[in-house]
Design a protein around this ligand. Structure first.
Ligand SMILES: C[S@@+](CC[C@H](N)C(=O)[O-])C[C@H]1O[C@@H](n2cnc3c(N)ncnc32)[C@H](O)[C@@H]1O
Length: 197
């Protein structure tokens, strides 16, 4: 609790109107990797409480669109379409496809993380499964040249994800934003330039 209260990113998020300190991780990725441009179509997977969606909506502007999905309910955000569902369910993918229509996406974001049990042997496969689903979704819905930024925890399965991304995208980098706690095993893989086919 005291770590949370004294965290400079928590204070900054409160002062600047972001719903979560996670917003600064995405802003850091944007500063380094230029993921967003005005007018883009973006999906934000694992979006609650909505810090990333707020940043995304600001950066794509009025001509863009952001589709946010989470298991949990989210307060509305201007310019963001919210879907409350479990990304592991086929019905969630069907709902997403329906909302997207025939227009491909420019950018897929995934900050999804399962509830942790504290047992690495259980938590790591659960989180890698969500990553694999996000990668599959990105490859299916992005336009050629599109980008993906996905949270992956270091551990079993990390290198396999990295290998898959390197096969499917032109450029892949691993990032540890300043706002990501050093004790956390999380990293963000930023994959740009989806290859055709
Ligand atoms: C670290 S939080 C995301 C924080 C968010 N990026 C922000 O800026 O506020 C991870 C989110 O992943 C969501 N999540 C975990 N498993 C999910 C699933 N199967 N389907 C959809 N969302 C999921 C959780 O409910 C949680 O809200």
């Amino acid at each position: 609790m005291s770590r949370h209260v004294n965290d400079p990113y928590v204070k900054r998020a409160q002062a600047e109107g972001y719903r979560s300190r996670a917003a600064y991780k995405l802003l850091d990725l944007q500063r380094r990797d230029r993921l967003f441009r005005p007018g883009m179509r973006v999906a934000d997977l694992g979006a609650a409480p909505g810090g990333w969606s707020q940043v995304a909506a600001e950066l794509v502007g009025r001509n863009g669109c952001v589709l946010a999905l989470d298991l949990l309910a989210m307060e509305p955000i201007d310019g963001v379409e919210i879907l409350q569902c479990d990304f592991r369910e086929e019905s969630a993918l069907a709902a997403l496809r329906q909302l997207l229509g025939d227009e491909p996406l420019d950018l897929v974001l995934s900050d999804m993380a399962p509830n942790v049990s504290g047992m690495k042997a259980v938590d790591q496969p659960r989180s890698i499964y969500l990553v694999e689903l996000a990668v599959e979704f990105a490859c299916e819905t992005l336009k050629p040249g599109g980008s993906l930024a996905v949270k992956v925890f270091h551990g079993e399965g990390f290198d396999d994800v990295l290998r898959t991304l390197r096969q499917r995208f032109e450029k892949v980098v691993s990032r540890k934003p300043d706002a990501s706690r050093s004790v956390s095993r999380e990293a963000y893989l930023v994959a740009k330039g989806l290859r055709v086919g």
